[in-house]
Design a protein around this ligand. Structure first.
Ligand SMILES: *Cc1c(COP(=O)(O)O)cnc(C)c1O
Length: 370
């Protein structure tokens, strides 16, 4: 019986290892360990890839989201207590960024077919304190529409994109990260482009916002020993920037591999106990960070797959509003679709290090589940 791990990071990074170790050695020998050329090269590569005017490398995805919100506060566009709409079934980091910035997260339920924010439910959630929408391209599928844009424009809402799972996905030719007013990316090692530690980035076409994020991430300094904000230390580590400049040029290849493997799952799993993820009409809108199926017999299927050597994951078993840390403020909410997703979702292994045959083997095991 062949063992299929959920994600083997050593295998994922294997093809880049020679270049990475060579370049990391150069940085180690350079004596320059904060900022410097590597960060600049990384940021340039990101603006070329995403298509935005600006990119600021930051410490991680959560800090990126938080710094965007804080920067809008510094610029007078947001203030403490303002409400931010966020999908109910997102990874908790999206919500943590909002509450850490002393804004109020307003979860809106998911759409059972896209597993993303149900855009048709945004209007009902608007109040006179709503100031922003955080759209999350969950599992690598873009969450965007003309309607979302119209609501934001009409209400004067800021749109922040959480692109932690969606690097490389696009909507009508525009990359995620260049759809809203500002976006945060995560390069946590398991993401589609992963560093060898924590790393993140903020992209935007708003130069003033980018400058504010950069200042906030560097103790609130706009020039040396001059602190305009009570800032933070959320800089991108140049060692991680180095790893990312080796891997980013491979983004299209990585996304294509993932789409190809997802296509094999979609064409070969035909167990009536398993509901396959819907594919957007435009395949560019999905980079398959996770391949999530829904099943009433989730725990049973998960055990069956494990017994047959296939590792799986659950993304995510508990929505943020049900977590103990939000018991005081969000636990009263009833989000029926988010609950269904949390109870029934199962992520099958899918990553660019897997072969088509491994995917077919997993599909065979799923199909043999009775
Ligand atoms: C991973 C992730 C984050 C947080 O990124 P970190 O780099 O781990 O801080 C935020 N939002 C979503 C949707 C994520 O998947």
């Amino acid at each position: 019986m062949t063992e299929i791990p959920f994600l083997d990071l050593k295998q994922i990074n294997g093809p880049y290892m020679d270049a990475i170790t060579r370049r990391l050695t150069e940085v180690a020998l350079s004596g320059r360990y904060i900022g410097g050329d590597e960060n600049g090269r990384f940021e340039k590569m990101m603006t070329d890839t995403i298509g935005t005017e600006c990119c600021v490398g930051v410490s991680n995805g959560l800090d990126g989201l938080f710094l965007i919100l804080e920067a809008y506060k510094c610029l007078g566009r947001l203030k403490e207590g303002d409400e931010v709409i966020v999908p109910a079934n997102t990874y908790i980091a999206s919500v943590l960024a909002i509450s850490r910035a002393r804004l109020v997260p307003v979860p809106v339920d998911a759409d059972i077919s896209t597993l993303n924010l149900d855009i048709s439910k945004i209007e009902d959630a608007l109040t006179d304190r709503t100031r922003a929408i955080m759209t999350v391209h969950l599992y690598g599928r873009v969450c965007w529409s003309k309607q979302l844009k119209q609501i934001a424009d009409r209400q004067g809402l800021i749109v922040v994109e959480d692109c932690a799972q969606s690097i490389g996905a696009s909507f009508s030719g525009t990359m995620s990260g260049n759809l809203g007013d500002a976006a945060a990316f995560s390069f946590y090692p398991t993401k589609n482009i992963g560093a060898m530690g924590d790393a993140g980035a903020v992209t935007t076409n708003d130069r003033l916002l980018a400058d504010t994020v950069r200042a906030l991430a560097n103790y609130g300094t706009d020039r040396r020993y001059h602190n305009v904000y009570r800032g933070y230390n959320c800089r991108l580590d140049p060692m991680q920037a180095t790893v990312l400049t080796v891997k980013l040029p491979d983004l299209n290849h990585i996304s294509d591999s993932r789409r190809n493997l997802a296509g094999i799952y979609l064409g070969s799993i035909d167990n009536p106990a398993v509901k396959l993820p819907e594919t957007p009409a435009d395949s560019a809108e999905h980079v398959w960070h996770q391949f999530v199926v829904l099943t009433d017999r989730r725990d049973e299927l998960r055990r069956f797959l494990a017994d047959n050597g296939v590792a799986t994951d659950i993304n995510y078993p508990t929505p943020p509003h049900r977590q103990p840390c939000y018991a005081d403020s969000l636990s009263h909410l009833d989000m029926p679709v988010a609950r269904i997703v949390a109870d029934k979702c199962l992520s099958l292994p899918l990553n660019q290090a897997m072969s088509p045959n491994q995917i077919r083997n997993v599909a065979d095991v799923v199909n043999s589940f009775k």
